[in-house]
Design a protein around this ligand. Structure first.
Ligand code: GLU
Length: 502
């Protein structure tokens, strides 16, 4: 095999993220995209997006769209790709079939492949399988390699269209490959068998299309998940057979749940779009994903993207599995919420508000949402928490779902209702509805009655927020605004039944 060119300064690396549109972009895929992007940006290289859509039975347009939008949301911009073009396009495999056909002809002419007739012809079967290759029997059960030329010709003539093609592998010897993270990886004799490169009808399978494209697109480094390690020797063999320069490979550690089992859908949100809907910030996710297998070499966990780009290399990528801990992610997101740009919070919260079932009753204008964000950014861990746990700050409603416990704790007695009415009278007189005069007026009222401010604040909080806990009441009243606050007090006093006289 030819080594990648090592003369003079290393050429700028070319890396690719090559998702298949057969599912939503999940966190593992996003981590792979991020590590490719970081490697490219650290080394002044090129980051390519290639869509691997040869599995038409399982592909869906919505998945394709979602991959693009999730990458854009994360800010992982690509230099070449389906929508951007580039010198090595097209960047969608279904538009590159002529290249696979050429490569296949070369392998056929050189006797590196043979027709295989033992595939399960049914497309339905292929559609059910996770890996289409599995619809073909294992090479050790396949006798096609040893058929006489006459028998091969007879079987080929007996069926419509092109038979599948299997690539010959010398399985009597071990295969070695170099991985930038794991070092030399040895695949013992028997592990790599003859494998299918094109299905019946001629469409290419993953390993083949991938190797052809990596070479044609002059990819220097293939960075992908550990689940592809078993494909490494097959792709190297194809590169040798096709006379191509093979890229270098780095297989990223598997993602584990907190019980150190392989992360799966059962562990909750695994699609990137779930995290967007749950109100995580892209910056926090990038920081978190970067630490899934890589470390900056010290205990620091909060790093800016610029710092991560500057520090990123394979030396500090671990071999063993990386734990995906949503508690840590949520903590990190809370830290990012504290310092995120005001506009980012406002845009993110408005997006979530628009998805709420009661969106029509909510105040979603930027100015109001901005005030709520500033009130809550130090307390909330996610944007969804800002929206879901604090509806009263957005709602125009005067009649709330007042929490029964909150009422019984703070606003059920006759005294508390009288205080609420007094507070309302004082507040009604205010000329400006800002935090400071609201506070001053309520404290003065409490003092004049010889009681603690808390005795006014408790019932007031229940009446205007519906709950016993909220951010500081004076800021909260300011954000909710004069009319709504006073209206809610009215509504509370008239709707919630009056307690019996003490
Ligand atoms: N289409 C493959 C996947 O989505 C790409 C694997 C690779 O990067 O080689 O897993």
């Amino acid at each position: 095999m030819r080594e990648p060119p090592r003369t003079g300064r290393l050429n700028p690396p070319r890396v690719r993220f090559a998702p298949s549109p057969t599912g939503f972009l999940h966190v593992g895929g996003a981590r792979t995209a991020l590590f490719n992007w970081l490697f490219a940006r650290h080394n002044g290289g090129v980051f390519i997006l290639r869509i691997e859509d040869t599995d038409k039975a399982r592909e869906r347009e919505e998945y394709r769209k979602e991959i693009f939008s999730a990458l854009r949301w994360l800010g992982l911009d690509w230099d070449e790709g389906p929508d951007r073009g580039g010198d090595f396009g097209p960047y969608v495999q279904s538009e590159r079939l002529h290249l696979y056909a050429q490569a296949k002809e070369k392998l056929e002419a050189e006797g590196r492949v043979y027709p295989c007739f033992c595939g399960v012809a049914s497309e339905a079967r292929a559609a059910q399988d996770d890996e289409p290759e599995e619809s073909y029997s294992r090479a050790e059960q396949c006798e096609c390699a040893s058929l006489s030329p006459a028998e091969t010709a007879k079987r080929a003539a007996a069926r419509d269209g092109e038979p599948a093609l299997r690539f010959r592998v010398d399985s009597s010897k071990s295969h070695q490959a170099h991985d930038l993270i794991r070092g030399v990886v040895t695949f013992p004799p028997g592990e790599i068998e003859d494998f299918i490169i094109t299905k019946e009808g001629g469409s290419p399978l993953y390993n083949f299309a991938c190797a052809v494209d990596d070479a044609a697109m002059q990819i220097t480094h293939v960075i992908r998940g550990e689940e592809h390690l078993g494909n490494l020797p097959k792709q190297l063999l194809l590169h040798v057979a096709l006379g191509n320069t093979a890229p270098q490979f780095a297989h990223l550690p598997i993602l584990l749940n907190t019980e150190r089992k392989k992360l799966s859908k059962r562990d909750g949100a695994t699609a990137l779009s779930d995290y967007r809907r749950l109100g995580y910030l892209p910056g926090a996710l990038l920081n978190f994903l970067a630490l899934l297998g890589w470390s900056p070499g010290n205990d620091r966990e909060l790093l800016s993207l610029e710092e991560i780009i500057a520090l990123f290399d394979f030396e500090r990528v671990q071999k063993h599995g990386a734990v995906f801990d949503t508690v840590k992610l949520t903590w990190m997101n809370g830290e990012y919420l504290k310092t995120a740009a005001h506009e980012e919070l406002v845009a993110g919260v408005r997006e979530l508000l628009r998805r709420e079932a009661d969106a029509a009753d909510l105040r979603t204008d930027s100015q109001h949402v901005g005030k709520v964000c500033e009130l809550l950014r130090g307390r909330a861990k996610t944007l969804a928490e800002i929206v879901k746990a604090n509806k009263y700050l957005f709602s125009r409603a005067l009649v709330l779902h007042w929490d029964a416990n909150a009422i019984s704790q703070r606003a059920a007695t006759r005294e508390s209702r009288l205080r609420l009415a007094d507070a309302q009278s004082v507040l009604r007189e205010l000329r400006t509805w800002d935090r400071a005069p609201v506070e001053e007026a309520l404290r003065a009222l409490a003092q004049s009655q010889g009681c603690k401010a808390a005795e006014y604040i408790g019932p007031l909080r229940v009446a205007v927020t519906g709950q016993a806990v909220s951010p500081g009441i004076f800021e909260t009243l300011e954000v909710i605004g004069r009319e709504t606050s006073l209206g809610r007090i009215d509504a509370f006093l008239s709707v919630v039944s009056t307690p019996l006289p003490a």
